[in-house]
Design a protein around this ligand. Structure first.
Ligand SMILES: Cc1cc2nc3c(=O)[nH]c(=O)nc-3n(C[C@H](O)[C@H](O)[C@H](O)COP(=O)(O)OP(=O)(O)OC[C@H]3O[C@@H](n4cnc5c(N)ncnc54)[C@H](O)[C@@H]3O)c2cc1C
Length: 380
């Protein structure tokens, strides 16, 4: 890693910690309880340059690389996974798709607003009946004159309702044809486009997750991203980068859960001594720390490779698979170390535990990551 990258990472980490202490920590349990999506926080993160981390400065972004991006998300997730998830979805998915695949004109139109945090982005691939099997989607886009008419529904979409702009993948060809899907830019307020039901979730409750519904929604032809028929292939590339951000999210949650458990184990006394004196507890801490270190190495390795323009299909899947499973294990042991108090909302352990589970599901489940890794090993 370059010296400059490491210096940037140190500065970003400190900036996020300072911001989080004032603007996130005091409110996050209220947001969690009421499932409030604190949109103002994201406008503020935009002012800090964290809503266009990877976007070049010419489009109003920060122009940082993947290693800095991983640091920013992990630091946010140490504090609140929900905020980390929303920041990751905005940067990697909507903004990332436009950055990687859109025309110069589209980039100039959308990236400055997304990078400044003035606009929040959404990305719609998943549908009620097609999650892991997203290539089988049913939402259609039919050309009528110089407009596409979208009909169908997307679900589980981060910022599906509050997002100002969405990248939406819809079917323009035959079912089963990987070149039969196209990506569109859809602005909120377009007639026929509405946010639907908001999910009531186990964790990540301050990150908005809703349906997006399209009813005869007319989209100008110039809102097609790249070539007609390339939408699904573009999405797979977007997900290669996105999975690094979910690995970073996992890493941050695991680090936060570990730190809380480590401190508590030295404060809590039983049998006239700190519980950290018991080997049963200290060995848990040793396992947690070791697994976090390994997850960190895999995540930063994938980030470094991505930064150097290498193919990270396998490495991002490995990082996401391993780091997310580590986050779940570490958060689980964290609750155990807190004992009964870990099961209450007076301590942070239960929230890490609830938030961590999303990481093994979003942007491809653990099983799908194994599929990606196995395919790359077997060349299938
Ligand atoms: C909080 C949250 C935010 C999200 N944000 C977005 C977003 O912004 N945009 C978006 O497009 N999507 C988003 N998603 C959707 C997410 O990507 C999907 O939930 C995920 O891909 C899994 O799809 P599914 O839920 O339909 O599960 P399914 O695909 O139905 O999977 C069910 C189970 O079957 C397993 N399975 C499926 N196929 C296979 C197979 N071939 N081999 C082995 N096991 C298999 C899965 O691993 C899983 O265990 C979000 C989801 C959540 C929960």
């Amino acid at each position: 890693m370059l010296v400059e990258e490491v210096e940037n990472q140190t500065l970003i980490a400190q900036m996020v910690r300072d911001f989080g202490a004032t603007h996130i920590k005091p409110h996050m349990m209220r947001w969690d309880e009421s499932q409030e999506f604190p949109i103002d926080v994201f406008h503020q993160l935009g002012e800090l340059g964290l809503m266009g981390v990877l976007v070049p400065q010419q489009y109003g972004g920060s122009g940082f690389g993947y290693p800095e991006y991983v640091t920013a998300i992990a630091e946010l997730a140490k504090i609140d996974g929900s905020i980390g998830l929303s920041m990751a979805a905005h940067n990697s998915l909507c903004t990332g798709h436009i950055l990687q695949h859109a025309s110069e004109e589209q980039k100039q139109k959308y990236l400055p607003k997304l990078s400044s945090g003035e606009w929040i982005g959404a990305w719609g691939l998943t549908e009620p009946n097609t999650g892991s099997d997203a290539g089988n989607m049913r939402t259609t886009a039919v050309l009528d004159g110089n407009e596409y008419v979208l009909n169908g529904a997307k679900n589980f979409i981060t910022h599906g309702k509050s997002g100002h702009v969405a990248v939406v993948i819809a079917r323009t060809g035959e079912v089963g044809d990987s070149h039969g899907m196209t990506a569109f830019i859809v602005e909120r307020g377009t007639p026929g486009f509405a946010g639907g039901r908001k999910e009531d979730k186990l964790g990540m409750r301050a990150s908005e997750t809703t349906e997006m519904i399209f009813t005869d929604c007319r989209i100008p032809q110039e809102n097609v991203i790249g070539k007609v028929g390339d939408g699904f292939i573009q999405s797979l590339k977007v997900l290669d980068g996105g999975r690094i951000s979910i690995a970073a999210l996992s890493l941050g949650i695991a680090q936060g859960a570990m730190e809380a458990a480590l401190n508590y184990s030295q404060e809590r006394h039983q049998f006239n001594q700190p519980i950290s004196n018991f080997q049963g507890i200290s060995f848990k801490l040793a396992d947690m720390a070791t697994e976090i270190e390994a997850a960190s190495l895999l995540t930063y390795r994938a980030a470094d490779m991505k930064q150097r323009g290498l193919n990270v299909n396998r490495e991002s899947a490995m990082a996401k698979l391993y780091a997310s499973e580590v986050a779940v294990r570490v958060a689980n042991e964290g609750v155990q170390i807190f004992g009964g108090y870990g099961y209450t909302k007076d301590y942070p352990a239960e929230k890490y535990y609830r938030d961590a589970k999303l990481c093994t599901i979003g942007e491809g489940t653990s099983e799908i990551q194994k599929l990606v890794i196995a395919r790359s090993l077997l060349n299938t």
